[in-house]
Design a protein around this ligand. Structure first.
Ligand code: FEO
Length: 465
């Protein structure tokens, strides 16, 4: 029986395994899966699957990578000869920037490139785990570091730079002018410790050439990537990263990593879609054998993550409605439940998010490609519930490609919830739908209004097909 691949996220449907969580028993051929089945990873429909040709290499397993590496006498943390992972896994970190949930921890990937004449450290680690970096360097017997390449000034990658400078006398920080200013501001690095490079400039380590590519806004304005010419490795820093602590150097499970990377993209990269497009165009001019990001595993098949990014930054939206909501005394709950049922009855995919119970990362992931977002709230103290205000603020800050937005909710005597939420969504290029505000619990005429809203959304989503 033939396997099928999701063209959006890379998930592979294996008939031998089926999809028991969705009621598809092992042994079910793809052709016999009901038409309303959707990809268990990214939610796209059955139509978005393509047959998997036997000769196509879509999942490179750890074993296959190990086989490729056989005979090369590489160490456990060596990507290719003379290029080592020397970073740290933060297994139990649960929040990033005091904002982003990290259900699976994260990693701070630093890499060491050893040339015949010079040695370069590409990024460092969060200072909290700098002992891990020094232990890696110690195990490798590194006594001299000539260059510390700073692709990004954020402290999870740059924070240990002052300590590396102290430990390795004579080392210089190689970065662009903007990052230099930030590193001096944030970490008090001395001006004399820098070597400033510009777009496409190269640094020869002796048989290993580092080429610097400015890739702004992935994640801050100073971010850049470093390309190792001879080994065709792109050290992309936050770009293409994923928050997960793992003992696997390389991607082990492609669809799982794409899922992690989508969460990362949603939370970190989504506001910078236009910049990402330009940066992808820039890096695609180079032959890339590995993408080595600063979070998560190394990609031995770079096309996997580049194609996923291309889809996420595209204008394509999915037939999907998100309803972030809060209910205080059940009226909004009734409204959201009714609207959800009516939308589902019209063949639409709906995801309600009770904002007091949801992982914000899950809401952010769905914002990546949902066509519509409907905010549901009771009126409280003259406005929306603070948790819904936060959901609107977050959606606005992340700048998703949402096409339609709406507001539903209930009130006791009045307030300015609609104006308040609309005012929070100025960055969304979305058509605002007619709000449905209901006094108390819904009555017959209110259900009619919700039916009209469901009809409107169904009609608009049909136009997306
Ligand atoms: Fe992983 Fe923007 O720091």
């Amino acid at each position: 029986m033939k396997k099928y691949r999701c063209v959006v996220c890379g998930y592979i449907y294996d008939p031998a395994l089926g999809d028991p969580d969705s009621g598809i028993a092992p042994g079910t051929p793809f052709e016999e899966i009901p038409d309303d089945w959707s990809c268990p990873v990214c939610g796209v429909s059955k139509e978005d699957f393509e047959p998997l040709e036997e000769e196509t290499k879509l999942v490179k397993t750890e074993n296959e990578i190990t086989k490729e590496r056989e005979g090369k006498n590489l160490t456990y943390n060596e990507i290719t000869e003379g290029v080592y992972f020397v970073g740290a896994e933060h297994w139990d970190r649960r929040i990033f920037d005091e904002l982003i949930p990290l259900p699976d921890g994260t990693s701070y990937n630093a890499y060491l490139v050893v040339g015949k004449e010079k040695t370069a450290l590409i990024d460092t680690v969060d200072p909290e785990l700098m002992e891990d970096l020094f232990e890696h360097l110690d195990r490798l017997g590194i006594e001299k570091i000539d260059y510390i390449i700073a692709n990004h000034a954020e402290q999870d990658h740059s924070g240990a730079i002052p300590y590396v400078l102290d430990e390795f006398e004579g080392a210089k920080v190689v970065t662009n002018a903007k990052a230099k200013g930030m590193l001096m501001d944030l970490l008090d690095v001395d001006e004399d410790d820098f070597i400033i490079i510009k777009e496409s400039e190269e640094l020869d380590l002796g048989g290993k050439t580092l080429k610097f590519l400015m890739t702004p806004w992935v994640h801050w304005p100073e971010t850049m990537s470093t390309y190792l010419v001879e080994d065709e490795i792109l050290f992309s820093c936050d770009f293409f990263g994923s928050h997960r602590a793992t003992s696997h150097l390389f991607v082990e499970n492609e669809h799982k990593v794409v899922e992690d990377a989508k969460r990362y993209y949603a939370e970190i990269m989504m506001p910078f879609r236009k910049h990402i497009k330009k940066n992808i165009e820039k890096i695609e001019k180079y032959k890339i054998r590995f993408i080595a990001p600063s979070h998560g595993p190394v990609y031995p098949r770079p096309k996997l993550i580049i194609d996923a990014y291309k889809d996420w930054i595209s204008d394509r939206v999915e037939n999907k409605i998100l309803i972030p909501y809060i209910s205080m005394h059940e009226s909004t709950e009734i409204i959201v439940k009714y609207l959800t049922d009516e939308l589902v009855a019209r063949g639409l995919k709906v995801i309600p998010f009770n904002m007091n119970k949801t992982d914000l990362g899950n809401f952010a992931i769905e914002l990546v490609d949902a066509a519509t977002v409907i905010f549901g709230s009771p009126m409280v103290l003259g406005g929306a519930h603070p948790q819904v205000v936060y959901a609107a603020y977050l959606a606005n800050a992340l700048r998703p490609k949402t096409k339609f937005a709406g507001i539903v909710g209930s009130y006791g005597w009045g307030g300015k919830m609609v104006d308040q939420i609309k005012g929070l969504l100025v960055n969304l290029q979305a058509e605002m739908l007619e709000p449905v505000l209901i006094k108390g619990t819904p009555k017959d005429e209110d259900y009619d209004k919700l039916d009209t809203l469901a009809d409107k959304i169904a009609e608009l989503h049909k136009s997306l097909e």
